[in-house]
Design a protein around this ligand. Structure first.
Ligand code: 2BA
Length: 93
């Protein structure tokens, strides 16, 4: 299992989450801020099986606003930044 940590721009977060939920991926949104610009962004946590990681990353890529369509985003900010972490244990109580 892997945890995908996707940092996306505030204005894109709802669309990214809607697309992930539509595809039946569980998501948790944390409202965060970038350390450099100190502007609000959103961190989306998605815990999935290894073979689902590529699909999750595809959905984030496709639904976060592409470069060139800034939607108010500063030019140097990418649509998304993703980390893929191994999950040692997943427990639901
Ligand atoms: P921020 O830290 O507010 O960074 C916003 C943008 O400012 C970055 O866009 C980058 O273009 C620029 N930037 C960041 N640090 C810089 C520095 N030390 N010197 C010059 N320019 C700098 P992105 O790279 O697209 O990052 C967007 C947001 O994603 C970041 O917001 C941060 O919240 C997160 N992020 C990016 N890389 C990260 C990493 N390695 N670890 C943790 N969070 C990261």
């Amino acid at each position: 299992m892997k945890l995908v940590v996707a940092i996306v721009q505030d204005q894109d977060a709802a669309g990214v989450i809607d697309a992930l939920v539509q595809a039946e991926y569980p998501t948790t949104r944390i409202n965060t801020s970038g350390g450099f610009l100190k502007r609000g962004n959103a961190t989306v946590l998605i815990g999935v099986e290894d073979d689902q990681v590529a699909d999750v990353m595809r959905i984030v890529r496709q639904t976060a606003r592409p470069l060139g369509d800034d939607g108010g985003r500063p030019a140097n900010v990418r649509p998304g930044t993703m980390f893929v972490l191994p999950v040692a244990r997943f427990v639901r109580v």
